[in-house]
Write a protein that binds this ligand. Structure first.
Ligand code: ZN
Length: 166
């Protein structure tokens, strides 16, 4: 049974911490497999397109992404190449509720990661899929869309209120 996890909301410091790499043997632990199921359920329930482990308070290199073929699990992802061509698009984030900004990102990336079973994957992603992956890899490096955008197009007041609460 999967559980819905609480999402850490900006400016929670857990979103800014370093996220450590996972060792292959850790992937076999029941607790880890459960975490993936819980993150998947949380992403679905919150209607997200992706979710990174620090967003549920775990500082490890793990993210789940919604695709047409089901959930893609990325462990220790690393972007190897980025296209020079970039595109600007509106982005939101479950850790920044009701805040949207224009974020410019490469339209094509090549990356490597482990899947849930520890198998090494290497693939090219384009368009919206590439954008979602880059958003999640940013989380794993402590980077949020508010660091990437020069233009918050929705929720500027929310952001200011959130920052003043701490
Ligand atoms: Zn996010």
């Amino acid at each position: 049974m999967a559980e819905t996890l609480a999402i850490k909301i900006y400016p929670d410091s857990v979103l800014r911490l370093k996220n450590r790499q996972l060792k292959p043997e850790e992937l076999q632990a029941q607790e880890f497999k459960q975490l993936i199921l819980d993150m998947e359920k949380t992403m679905q329930e919150k209607d997200g397109v992706g979710l990174a482990a620090p967003q549920v308070g775990k500082n490890i290199q793990l993210a789940v992404i919604k695709t047409d073929q089901g959930t893609l699990v990325l462990i220790n992802p690393k972007i190897l190449r980025r296209s020079l061509k970039k595109e600007e698009m509106e982005e939101g984030c479950l850790s920044l509720p009701e805040i949207f900004g224009l974020v410019k990102r490469p339209i094509k990336i090549k990356l490597t990661a482990l899947d849930a079973s520890g198998k090494k994957m290497k693939f090219v992603a384009t368009g919206y899929f590439a954008r979602v992956i880059q958003h999640e890899v940013d989380h794993l490096n402590g980077i949020l869309i508010i660091d990437r955008t020069k233009d918050i197009i929705k929720g500027k007041e929310n952001l200011e209120n959130m920052e003043h609460k701490t």
